[in-house]
Design a protein around this ligand. Sequence first.
Ligand code: AMP
Length: 500
Amino acid sequence: MTKFNDLKLDPKVLQAIAEAGYETPTPIQEGAIPPALEGRDVLGIAQTGTGKTAGFVLPMITLLGRGRARARMPRSLVLAPTRELAAQVAENFDTYAKHTKLTKALLIGGVSFGEQDKLIDRGVDVLIATPGRLLDHFERGKLLLTGVQIMVVDEADRMLDMGFIPDIERIFQLTPFTRQTLFFSATMAPEIERITNTFLHTPARIEVARQATTSETIEQRLIEITPTRKDQSAKQKRELLRAVINAEGEACTNAILFCNRKTEVDILAKSMKSHGFNAAPIHGDLDQSQRTRTLDGFRDGTIRFLVASDVAARGLDIPAVSHVFNFDAPSHAEDYVHRIGRTGRAGRKGVAVTLAVPADKKYIDAIEGLVGRPIPRANAPEDFALSEAAQRPARKDDGKAKGRGRDRDDRKGRPVKPHGEEAAMSPVEAAPQARKPERDAPERDEAKEAKEAKDGAKSNGRRGGKSDGRKRREDRDAPVVGMGDHVPDFLTRGLKTEKA
Ligand code: AMP
């Protein structure tokens, strides 16, 4: 068996690897490192979780060991599709380059240009960036790409999903023809094939097995639910999800809950919290510091449930996730593979539960086609029964967070197809006046929510209504002894006025 010591890596890199506790390279590392060290282009077909990041970071550090960076001319470039993935590459770099003097800069959205400019001005060996942010810097004239000797494209298939391929092509053209290219993708879509044919020169091609077909450590289950009311489909699924989580008990140490849309991510996270679950959302609309805080919290165990969209969670390296729940069946089959691959990592056992409504059948068929076998069916927990509330007609404002205009996942240019609940939306839910896209809908405190929505609507329609609205809110927020939280709003105001 090959050991890291057999690879011709810089002794400083080997020392850092040993300190990280790794002895044996993973298959993608074993395949990619030797040709990369020879200066060859590499085409790695591998998913996250295979160790591919170290597969390119380790040879890069070794190759860059000789030479020095010049101002504004990075010597190497790593492109990643999302901020989180870029940050993860940067972390890997810090780990493996700690005994070297190499410098890096991370160019991602949500961080001020000024700080990033300063680093680039000083000269960096490794520039890690998302494509859009890199081009922003380039266009501001702060960056020259003519010194790039090694260029890495990570998660190219995700770049394709997010509409970044034109940016990638442009960046390729801005770098020297003589550069070395290390290119990684989980799949080889025709568009990816075209890019690699154009920009890679006789690459060493290394393919490692797909996760979904090899990972026997993930127990998969599909629970089908036929909502008794179409307009309460999401609510009924939330009740089922809670029941499934509760039935898992302590075996569920932590979990990622996947939704297809950002609005649903927010709704589910709020709903989980209101039912006493330690949950937090992550998606592309949250600012960077919030996303980082949430991820750190999930990694260190202070957050137990991460409610996520595909883009936000894809490729994230969170080693110990006991469960994945697909609150929405993914509408792209390959997303299923990526989602469930968040659990059952590094030989640990994992459980992946998918909830599906009848409208999801076509997605489930596509997933089963891709992974080449049926997802085992499972029943809802024995004691599961829908609440009465979930079987009553939906409140008028139930759909208020589902703004159509912004109804995309974080990926650029590809609207997430509505399905299931949304496709089945009742006329009441779909009525424009019932929508309030700027707010998300928690399940509890329903009377209060409905009242606030109404108050807001009224005050918006009235001149001077804003201050009126604020005053009413202040009145309402003052504690009213003995009335609890669930008192109809008009009652609390009346009592408050009398007491004051
Ligand atoms: P990646 O596919 O790059 O996201 O890596 C997945 C995980 O594998 C990360 O937690 C790495 O720290 C870990 N890892 C990378 N290389 C090795 C190795 N040779 N042996 C064991 N774990 C590794």
